[in-house]
Design a protein around this ligand. Structure first.
Ligand SMILES: Nc1ncnc2c1ncn2[C@@H]1O[C@H](COP(=O)(O)OP(=O)(O)OP(=O)(O)O)[C@@H](O)[C@H]1O
Ligand SMILES: [Mg+2]
Length: 359
């Protein structure tokens, strides 16, 4: 899958951009604060309709403007012309001129995996970051998962609101409990199954990047070990004290370990970084295996944080995706990677929000 055209208007510091890209490895060069990350953010936004910086769309509108536009031509099994206009009071998303009303109909039109500074949260951050990683990948690969997650989250919200009351109606709590159990059990099964498949890919990926590789292991640690309905019933008394739902997939954890030790607690910065990259590479590989073509890789300033040995290990993994009909967008502040990059590179210069082809 690749993006052959990108058109942006008033997207952060990018006033106007119209670019055509070939498949393969695209390097975006530029000094600090020129718009490199903004461009990757735009491609990611076209794929997911949200920013990887965890902000709302209002912040994306170029200062003093009223709306932004992002559009592109995605080439996968079919050709999709995506047009996305966003202002605080009007949103319009079309594919091949057909309005997209439900996000689930749209997701999958363009698939990306992003490598960015925020990835450190996968190792260092709260369990929520890791649940989000699993949920995003399941959304991208399992039809119906997003709806399941929505139903679970809605039931959880209603149930928690009830538990906050002084004397909640037990029959009403029971009805939300049933909804929670019905959807929650399916979430647990899907997450367990995914972790089983990802775990060997991550172990292998980590070994390829690190020179003296440790054994990288991920384990799914669900918040409930037995039946969800039984656990919920057992926690009712405690729930009344805490006034919230204490067990269930919203409290699941994904444990990351290096040679059997918790990565968050014992790993060095470089090891953590490598682990986060291995998680993302596994995401890309798994997506490619399910959909038959690799996703677009968006790599933001990752090289600077790894030593030469690890960079050399990572490069072949990335450029493999860039070959065939895959596509990689990688930002750099300087051309400090000769020898590490193979094959044909497409170089772009980005300066004050303008993109220029260099070769
Ligand atoms: N909504 C906005 N309107 C206008 N400019 C914005 C907006 N949001 C961010 N910017 C500006 O865009 C510029 C480029 O940001 P970007 O994060 O893309 O830089 P970068 O090229 O990735 O730099 P670095 O190498 O430091 O990561 C910054 O100066 C930032 O202040
Ligand atoms: Mg940047």
């Amino acid at each position: 899958m690749h993006l052959t055209k990108l058109k942006l208007r008033d997207f952060r510091n990018i006033r106007q951009l119209d670019a055509a890209f070939e498949p393969g490895f695209q390097v975006l060069l530029g000094r600090n604060a020129q718009g490199k990350t903004n461009l990757l953010e735009a491609v990611y936004l076209l794929a997911t309709l949200r920013s990887f910086r965890g902000v709302g769309n209002a912040q994306i509108i170029r200062h003093e403007q009223k709306a932004f536009f992002a559009g592109g031509l995605a080439l996968g099994q079919a050709e999709s012309e995506i047009r996305y206009y966003w202002s605080p009071d009007q949103r319009k998303l079309t594919v091949n001129e057909k309005p997209m009303r439900r996000i689930t109909d749209y997701l999958g039109t363009l698939r990306t995996v992003v490598f960015c500074a925020e990835d450190s949260l996968l190792v260092n951050g709260p369990a929520k970051s890791r649940r989000r990683f699993l949920d995003l990948l399941l959304t991208q690969t399992r039809p119906g998962y997003l709806e399941l997650l929505h139903r679970y989250t809605e039931a959880l919200r209603s149930r928690n609101a009830l538990l906050k009351r002084d004397s909640p109606d037990p029959a009403l709590i029971d009805s939300f409990t049933r909804e929670l159990v019905a959807n929650g059990e399916k979430l647990i099964v899907a997450r367990r199954d995914l972790v089983k498949k990802l775990s060997p890919i991550i172990r292998l990926g980590y070994r390829k990047i690190a020179v003296k590789p440790e054994d990288a292991d991920i384990t799914y640690a669900p918040s409930v070990r037995e039946d969800l309905a039984v656990s919920l019933a057992k926690s009712r008394a405690r729930e009344q004290r805490h006034r919230t739902t204490l067990v269930g997939p919203h409290r699941d954890e994904l444990k990351l370990a290096l040679d059997g030790q918790s990565a968050a607690q014992y790993a060095s910065e470089g090891q953590k970084r490598t682990f986060a990259i291995a998680l993302k590479m596994a995401q890309a590989e798994y997506l490619g295996s399910i959909h038959g073509s690799p996703p677009i890789l968006l790599i933001d300033d990752v090289m600077g944080e790894l030593d030469a040995g690890r960079r050399a290990g990572l490069m072949p993994l990335i450029s493999r995706t860039g070959q065939a009909l895959g596509q990689v967008f990688m930002t750099c502040t300087e051309e400090n990677w000769p020898g590490e990059l193979s094959g044909n590179l497409h170089r772009w210069q980005i300066e004050q929000g303008s993109l220029k082809r260099m070769n």
